[in-house]
Design a protein around this ligand. Structure first.
Ligand code: ADP
Length: 307
């Protein structure tokens, strides 16, 4: 495996922020770490980046143990939520900053920087101040600055959380394009399920400093390994260790009777609350399907599955 994390543990004042974390990533893989605030996502990223000292564990990148190296010796670049750009510097100065430490001649660095601007569709921006740019443009500059040093691993810490929904969508596409162009492996921290589902090859779901599940989006959604994963990802009806997703409740003439007791128009779908055998369940139907009213009797088939 290209990246191998073994038994990573980090304590703050004797409280374990992350406990015995192990996972690996293949070259070019995009792994998302997903979980609620405080579950340890940033701690994992900062441990790998070398910004905090770990208490225990190994970090192996491309066959080399790097846990004792300084951040600048790890061949890893990080893009932060706040972008971390130099506000008083121009776009090109920000982009080529990392080359300073690599004995580049200024002229060659600028050439390299201009190539990066082209790749990121930022031609003509070189002499602008970063404060003159939109959030999306600033994020592309931050990506350029990270990529110019040709890191083996790119760490992204909630990189899209300051962007509006439309920009988020285009930045996701941008990341997938960058992966192809640079053949780079990425570890992406987010609390946003849609980010994770849109770009991750595999998702690590975390809770309270530990890994709940590592899997593809499809498996995490369809075969959640714990009640935590089930509740954190999407919505579900849960009863005694069994569950059914709201969209999995089917309408069928041969089904059993249930009663509609609640209804909310949600846009492309309608969410119903139905009463079936003294329990209430959430059910969703697309808005172009037959619409029901409160008190309607409906006939349903539902197979609850074990968590
Ligand atoms: P996330 O990124 O998932 O929000 P963090 O990795 O930032 O989670 O935090 C994990 C846990 O470690 C939290 O309980 C947090 O309060 C604690 N923590 C993080 N940084 C520090 C610190 N510098 N000092 C003490 N506790 C910290």
């Amino acid at each position: 495996m290209f990246l191998n994390i073994k038994n990573l543990t980090k304590k703050y004042n004797n409280v374990e922020a992350v406990k015995n974390i192990s996972f690996s990533a293949e070259e070019k893989e995009i792994i998302c770490i997903l979980g609620p605030s405080g579950c340890g996502k940033t701690t994992i990223l900062q441990s790998i980046g070398g910004f905090i000292k770990i208490d225990r564990g190994e970090i192996i990148l491309d066959g080399k143990n790097i846990e004792d190296l300084e951040p600048e010796d790890r061949e890893i670049a990080t893009v932060f939520q706040s972008y971390g750009l130099f506000p008083h510097k121009t776009v090109i100065e920000n982009i080529i900053y990392g080359l300073k430490f690599r004995k580049y001649k200024k002229k060659d660095a600028i050439e390299e920087g201009k190539r990066m601007l082209e790749i990121l569709n930022l031609e003509g921006y070189e002499n602008k101040k970063v404060t003159e740019l939109s959030g999306g443009e600033q994020q592309r500059v931050a990506l350029g600055r990270a990529l110019i040093v040709k890191p083996k691993l790119l760490l992204l810490d909630e990189p899209f959380s300051n962007l509006d929904t439309k920009l988020r969508v285009s930045m996701r596409e941008e990341l997938l394009r960058i992966r192809e162009l640079f053949n780079i492996t990425m570890l992406f921290v987010t609390h946003d399920q849609e980010d994770a589902f849109s770009i991750a090859d595999r998702i690590i779901v975390m809770n309270k400093g530990q890994i709940e599940q590592i899997d593809t989006a499809r498996n995490i959604y369809l075969n959640p390994k714990s009640e935590f994963v089930l509740n954190f990802i999407g919505s579900a009806n849960i009863d005694n260790g069994y569950f059914i997703r709201p969209e999995a409740i089917r309408i069928s003439a041969n089904g059993e009777e249930a009663t509609v007791v609640g209804k909310t128009f949600k846009g492309f779908f309608i969410e119903y609350i139905i009463e079936y055998k003294d329990n209430r369940y959430k059910m969703i139907r697309l808005n172009n399907e037959k619409e029901y009213q409160i008190n309607d009797k409906i006939y349903i088939e539902m197979e609850m599955r074990e968590i």
